[in-house]
Design a protein around this ligand. Structure first.
Ligand SMILES: Cc1cc2nc3c(=O)[nH]c(=O)nc-3n(C[C@H](O)[C@H](O)[C@H](O)COP(=O)(O)OP(=O)(O)OC[C@H]3O[C@@H](n4cnc5c(N)ncnc54)[C@H](O)[C@@H]3O)c2cc1C
Length: 367
């Protein structure tokens, strides 16, 4: 095998791969970022709610909790410095009956311990002061939860990574990885081969395929689709910020999100699907979102909903299996390879902190 072209090859140009490339390049590493599409961020990174999560839901001590809280602070600092639009609209998790109150109390305890800031329980009166058109018996308020312009962030992040010296290579479909003793050769369909000293697998829904190419066979990514409806502009004023029910078993429950542009989204729901690129088959009818949304905001009617976009979560646990944490780790038999798997929500929020963890994991391999 020829000598390494770069220190690190990053497979996947979503927000995670871009964040890793930026982090490494700005600390003097040479990086090649390989993305199969002609543009960066075409998959999950641009098919999400754009919410900057506070870190409420994730088990204390989990990687999700740690990188979410740390990532949020870093992300907001970056958004400010780079003039990318974001708004701290605030979020309420609404108990719709008395028997849901212990759940929001438990979420507050977990969120406080995770380091989510400013969480406060409110009664129905306070809730209606904040969100006059939302009904509930009580709520957990997270004032610092925000929404961001994801497209603008990804474009800026890519530009910053390139400015810092990273080589971003679109149209580079990784087909094979040859893990040699002295170097790692990553073969692409149309952009030749890159030889590197280390490799980061940030391939999202396809990270299990890339892991297998490296000899790591343990993972399966289960695609889990989340569908959205949009609420007609005339009714968007019914919600001021982000309004969630108490979370369900698979996702956070169909919620209402006022985006950074002032559009009101309902969703996403959560459903395991077969195809990792199946964004559209068997879509739910827009009117079907009305029932869950109306439980929170009764002034919405079925006619107020239009079909929205979809996104696909790269879960590493299948139907009926226990929830899994983010997998952020070196390959057990090779410290030069980091696999990032199961980076579902809050992956966007956590992305700067995931990049820092990943760079740390590679430090000794790059010495
Ligand atoms: C419905 C939904 C809502 C969400 N809402 C939020 C939210 O509000 N807030 C939040 O913090 N997080 C949210 N998330 C999570 C967040 O979107 C993800 O965690 C994040 O986008 C993951 O980024 P990624 O870079 O790992 O994956 P991706 O964006 O999927 O990037 C992986 C890249 O790898 C490339 N790739 C794959 N295989 C190859 C190959 N062989 N060769 C070359 N390139 C390859 C793909 O083309 C892709 O561009 C949501 C996710 C979903 C699905």
């Amino acid at each position: 095998m020829r000598e390494a072209d770069v220190d690190v090859t990053v497979v996947g140009g979503g927000v995670i791969g871009l964040s890793c490339a930026y982090e490494l390049a700005r600390h003097g590493r040479t990086v090649a970022l390989l993305e199969r599409h002609e543009r960066m961020g075409e998959e999950t990174s641009t098919h999400n709610s754009g919410v900057i999560h506070a870190g409420i839901y994730y088990p204390n001590g989990s990687a999700k909790a740690e990188v979410c809280v740390r990532g949020k602070a870093m992300l907001e600092e970056r958004l400010r410095a780079w003039n990318v639009p974001f708004v701290q609209r605030g979020k309420v998790i609404v108990a719709q009956s008395d028997d849901q109150i212990p759940t929001i109390e438990r979420l507050k305890t977990i969120g406080d311990a995770n380091g989510a800031t400013g969480l406060r329980l409110m009664d129905a009166k306070e809730l209606s002061g904040l969100e006059p058109h939302i009904v509930g018996v009580a709520a957990l308020h997270s004032p610092s939860t925000g929404v961001m312009d994801v497209g603008a962030y990804l474009r800026t992040l890519e530009a910053r990574a390139i400015e810092a010296g990273a080589m971003a290579i679109p149209g580079a479909w990784v087909e094979g990885i040859d893990v040699g003793r002295d170097a790692i050769a990553t073969r692409t369909a149309a952009k030749g081969e890159i030889v590197s000293r280390a490799l980061i697998n940030a391939a999202g829904l396809y990270a299990d395929d890339i892991a297998r190419m490296c000899g790591e066979e343990r993972f399966t990514v289960y695609p889990c689709r989340g569908e959205y409806a949009t609420v007609i502009a005339r009714k968007a004023h019914l919600v001021n910020g982000l309004v969630y029910p108490v979370p369900g078993t698979l996702g956070l429950g169909v919620h209402l999100t006022k985006t950074v542009d002032g559009e009101l989204l309902a969703g996403p729901d959560a459903r395991y699907i077969e195809g990792k690129d199946d964004y559209e088959s068997g879509r739910r009818n827009a009117r079907d979102f009305a029932e869950e949304a109306r439980a929170l905001c009764p002034e919405l009617t079925p006619d107020d909903f239009r079909l929205g976009s979809t996104g696909i979560r790269p879960k590493i646990y299948g139907p009926g299996e226990a929830k899994a944490d983010f997998h952020i780790a070196t390959q057990p038999d090779d410290a030069r390879i980091v696999h990032l798997l199961g980076i579902e929500s809050p992956g966007l929020t956590a992305s700067p902190a995931i990049a820092i963890r990943t760079a740390k994991l590679l430090r000794s391999a790059l010495e």
